[in-house]
Design a protein around this ligand. Structure first.
Ligand SMILES: Cc1cc2nc3c(=O)[nH]c(=O)nc-3n(C[C@H](O)[C@H](O)[C@H](O)COP(=O)(O)O)c2cc1C
Length: 776
């Protein structure tokens, strides 16, 4: 590089000056002639574009639409039109300093007449004149640029105010009309210059610092109020602020969202009491929305643009924000389409059409159907395939009639009230996904209470053998026994009394007197914890587990014969466990069968929870607003399928990492062999640990999905998972085994984390007793 070339490359360039208004010269005026001459002399590179005669010919043609005028005649008519005025002195010369071009144009009225000639009569001359008196504000210049340029082309305003603090980046060039030479230029100037090049008679004012609290009113009403505000900015606080002020000044607001052709109209001019954003964000103030990261903005964006109504592609992209992409995507086609749609609405409002406030879609995917899934959302809710059918009462009755009578004891008929009391304590037990896989049958005649597993409730695609369901049933049995002891009854239980009837998990008999086969008491005082115990998914900082706590919990597990617990307490083990569980979560979300299962397991609204009285209420997941918003996006398989195909979804791993970051310990309860009975007995151990934890005010959060997925693989069980998921599990397995070195054939019953989180306020609902208990 020579110093001379270096100097030339970095020399001051007038094109970089923040100008956006061309300089005008009327050559009938002596001063203008002198200044232009000086300019042309001092800048020899100026490109002179004198097309006045072409414009005059065009004007003449347009004034005689019913005549076919020969070219020679056109020339003489043009000369005639000039009269005695020398051609150079006719009209106006505009000098564009940023491109060093000098254009000779017709004077304003002829220019306007000719430039809008082809609008007729989609826009009548009267309407065009009306539009020339309108003032439009445009904030945010991606879609905004497209709106502003479309409005300028159509000449739907006389004055436009443009606001954006942003400068042009190369990554904007997928949708913003500009050239590579414009990089780093303020977006307002790029748009203003383009408008000036289309029509230098339009009045343009730039707000290169964007809109803020300080200049908002100046933007909206200074000199004279805007007729319509087009709001297309990214800052949530400014969106709210602008609407609140626009409402105050009774200015209508139009917004296009470049997704599914969504357009919002808020007629604050006609409805000064109207809630901003159609009431979607309540009365939230701009200050609470200031300075949020893109990820933190997502809940509000979902609130504003509608989590369930956005396109699957946008939803997938939002899941990837601040993971594999920095911000949400916008396409040129959507921006161009949005510019056109908003410009159309703005024109109608300006012309007094009573356009009604509301949200509208001009969704091309929906309007022009094709083979590929439409982008229109609509969250799917389908029952997962492979689910066994529901257990029927007739099957239960025929099962017990086929059963041989117990060899000894019992015969004490449980009165219906007592049966109800015991079972209502039993069903306070936890169950995976709060599926409540139990069905109870109290046979008053024989004095026996039967516990069945309803496999249609316990089924999950990662646990198709319903072993997790048996853990819940074991926990329920534990509660039942505590409850019976509290009522002064001894319990004799037969577990899986018949090989032929696998759904029949246990048969209980009761006795008011001591009985040789009765269940031994183990810390009966834990009965008082049955109604207190809950799943606590709250986050908190990690605190080391107190020695007494760990011992008490270990003793609770070991009080069930053969049950064992493997603890992780060291920081690095807990962190690794968080990473592995995170990958498990990603698999849950990104595997179709698991995703559908998960979506069905969550009760997304209070109403849904109240109606079903099962499943996991969204609130009980204790998610931050951003995580909750992200989670809600994951309801749509079409979106997640895309995330899966692009190899994304790593953000979905974070929640488990966060949970484990606050865990004092992780426990894995095991049994020596993998039989159905082992899971039932393991479930009893689970309940003993959980009640003990509740008594010691320790928060317990089960995290079992990965464990069940892996242990089913190890055991070579039936798989309902896809090949990709199986492959990831295969890769994950050695890392998991390093954390939990199990011997072959061991049953991994229950993985959970413990923490000293504050108490949860959530109480998950249980089905009505009459739906789960039959008394015959
Ligand atoms: C076998 C089993 C597996 C569970 N797995 C999970 C789990 O992976 N993640 C989770 O958040 N909760 C899990 N839970 C907790 C249940 O969702 C919870 O018990 C149920 O929603 C009822 O709520 P409660 O425990 O507060 O009464 C599990 C519970 C059981 C019994």
């Amino acid at each position: 590089m020579t110093p001379a070339l270096h100097a030339l490359l970095h020399a001051e360039n007038p094109a970089n000056a923040p100008t956006y208004r061309p300089q005008q010269f009327r050559l009938s005026i002596a001063d203008d002639r002198r200044v232009l001459e000086e300019l042309l002399r001092s800048r020899p590179g100026i490109r002179v574009c004198d097309t006045l005669l072409t414009q005059l010919r065009d004007l003449i043609r347009s004034r005689h639409p019913n005549r076919k005028i020969a070219p020679v005649d056109l020339d003489s008519l043009a000369t005639e039109h000039l009269g005695s005025t020398p051609a150079e002195e006719y009209g106006v010369w505009f000098y564009y300093p940023w491109s060093m071009r000098l254009a000779h144009l017709l004077g304003e009225s002829e220019f306007l007449e000719l430039r809008t000639n082809r609008n007729r009569y989609k826009i009548t001359p009267e309407e065009q004149a009306e539009l020339a008196r309108k003032r439009i504000g445009v904030v945010g210049l991606s879609v905004g640029q497209s709106v502003a340029l479309t409005l300028a082309l159509e000449r739907s305003f006389g004055e436009v105010r443009l606001a954006d603090f942003d400068r042009l980046d190369l990554s904007n060039l997928n949708r913003i009309r500009a050239g590579v030479h414009d990089l780093n230029m303020a977006k307002v100037y790029i748009t203003a210059r383009e408008i000036a090049e289309i029509d230098p008679y339009l009045s343009v004012t730039c707000f290169p610092d964007g809109v803020s609290e300080a200049n908002c009113d100046a933007f909206l009403v200074e000199n004279s109020p805007l007729d319509v505000l087009v709001e297309e900015c990214d800052s949530l606080d400014i969106k709210i602020l602008l609407r609140q002020r626009a409402r105050l000044h009774r200015i209508p607001v139009v917004m296009e969202t470049s997704d599914r052709g969504m357009i919002d109209v808020e007629r604050f001019d006609q409805e000064p009491e109207r809630a901003v954003f159609h009431g979607l964000v309540g009365d939230i103030g701009p200050s609470s929305l200031r300075g949020l990261t893109n990820e933190q903005k997502i809940p509000y964006i979902l609130q504003i643009i509608g989590g369930d109504t956005m396109s699957a592609r946008l939803r997938a992209s939002l899941i990837e924000v601040e993971q594999s992409i920095s911000t949400w995507p916008q396409l040129a086609s959507a921006v161009a389409h949005g510019g056109a749609a908003a410009a159309h609405v703005v024109r109608r409002i300006c012309l007094g059409d009573p356009v009604v406030s509301g949200r509208y879609y001009a969704d091309l995917d929906a309007l022009i159907p094709g083979g590929r899934a439409s982008s229109s959302a609509g969250v799917e809710k389908e029952a997962p395939a492979g689910r066994p059918s529901a257990l029927q009462l007739k099957d239960m009755i025929s099962a017990i009639s086929a059963l041989s009578r117990p060899k000894a004891g019992g015969g004490f008929a449980l009165a219906p009230d007592m049966a109800r009391r015991l079972v209502s304590d039993a069903v306070q037990a936890p169950s995976g996904g709060n599926c409540q896989p139990w069905k109870w049958l109290n046979d008053t005649g024989t004095g026996q209470l039967y516990l069945f597993q309803d496999r249609s409730r316990a089924y999950t695609p990662f646990d198709p053998d319903c072993l997790g369901g048996l853990v819940g049933l074991g926990a329920a049995a534990e509660n039942l026994i505590l409850s019976a002891h509290a009522a002064g009854l001894q319990v004799i239980s037969d577990v899986f009394p018949s090989k032929e009837i696998p759904e029949l998990v246990a048969r209980f008999r009761f006795s008011p007197n001591p009985h040789a086969l009765a269940e031994r008491s183990w810390r009966d005082e834990l009965h008082s914890m049955v109604g207190v115990r809950r799943t606590n998914r709250k986050l908190c900082p990690r605190r080391p587990l107190k020695a007494g706590d760990l011992d008490a919990l270990t003793a609770a597990v070991r009080s069930i014969p053969d049950a064992e617990v493997h603890w992780l307490v060291r920081d690095e083990e807990l962190d690794e466990c968080g990473r592995l569980l995170g990958i498990g979560d990603r698999l849950l979300f990104l595997t179709e069968s698991l995703n559908r299962f998960l979506v069905n397991e969550i009760r997304w609204t209070r109403q849904e929870a109240d109606d079903t009285r099962d499943g996991i209420c969204l609130e009980s997941l204790e998610l931050s607003p951003a995580d909750r918003a992200g989670f809600q996006l994951c309801r749509d398989w079409a979106a997640l399928d895309l995330v899966r195909r692009i190899g994304g979804g790593h953000g979905l791993e974070k929640a488990s990492g966060k949970a484990l970051a606050g865990a004092s310990a992780v426990g894995l309860i095991t049994m020596p062999i993998r039989t159905t009975a082992a899971y039932y007995w393991g479930g009893r151990a689970v309940e003993r640990v959980w009640l003990t934890a509740a008594q010691r005010q320790l928060a317990l959060h089960p995290m079992t999905a990965l464990t069940y997925m892996l242990s089913r693989r190890t055991a070579g069980g039936r798989s309902d998972l896809d090949a990709d998921t199986e492959k990831t599990l295969h890769e994950l397995s050695p890392r998991y085994k390093r954390l939990f070195p199990m011997s072959n054939g061991e049953a991994e019953v229950f993985l959970f984390r413990l923490s000293y989180a504050e108490e949860t306020t959530q109480r998950s609902l249980r089905r009505h007793l009459d739906d789960v208990l039959v008394i015959v």
